[in-house]
Design a protein around this ligand. Sequence first.
Ligand SMILES: [Zn+2]
Length: 303
Amino acid sequence: MEEREPQPAYLASPGSVLNVDRSFYSSVASAPRVLKSSITIPPRSAKAVNVPAGCIFRFSTPSGPQVGDLNLWNAKNPHERFWASRTRQLQASHVTTFDRMWSCLPYLRPMATIIADSLQDFGVSKWGGRCHDLLGTRCDPYVNKMLTGDDYDFHCHSNLVRAILPFGLTEPDVHDVLNIFQVTGLNSSGKYFMEASPARPGDYIEFFAEQDLLVALSTCPGGDLSKWGWGEGATGANEENDKGGMLECCREIAVEVYEIEEGVRAEVLNGWKEPKRPDYKGMHGMMVPVGEGVMETRSEETA
Ligand SMILES: [Zn+2]
């Protein structure tokens, strides 16, 4: 008998919350829409933008390949933020249309759903690389210092820190990212690798906001990753000595926020509701005294 590969740990079986309503998200993607805001994130920087629930946010590469590091928070409660590793398990190591971005505990609900991806047919490179990466995380000045001895202030981590400050968030709010337009994989030794971004001018990825979001994106100083390298023998990314010419492979990413046209919005979004948290009773088996000699099990407030 032919051996079969193990089945996924988390199955999108019929009726499961993991089984998305594709026809709903397809109609959202094709519904007439109105541009609410439009910004461009210059090379080696980041910006944050509020996206109301029920709206669409879109990232594109107008000038060609560039990878972007994405963070999401609940706009009203930044404790609820994107959980990359659970999303990797529930969806896949690389995401595309109909995959969802899940939030951290104790929330665990979809924050956004991908409704369009012009690179969804990228498939698998000859090295096993796939696009829109959840295996890795953001570049940061600490690992850079550790590996090269250099101080550099425009890694994705630092870019995201600066982008969220005006929204009242700080460095500990930055979390593991989705690397959009980025091709990565694990080699035969299980080591993480990156390949050059396949994004062409005009390539895009679009998300439907399942709740009110703060969305931040950094244009990675590694640019399209065609010349990436930190560590021994690397080309480096220092502003003042851009040895490997990495600045040449850095481009902007455009961000647009849309709402579905008013006349059709109610019809298109009919039946859609902001996802709820799983109704675990809370408390993790603990009893907490409410006062002297009085014990009571309380469940957590629901979102
Ligand atoms: Zn980066």
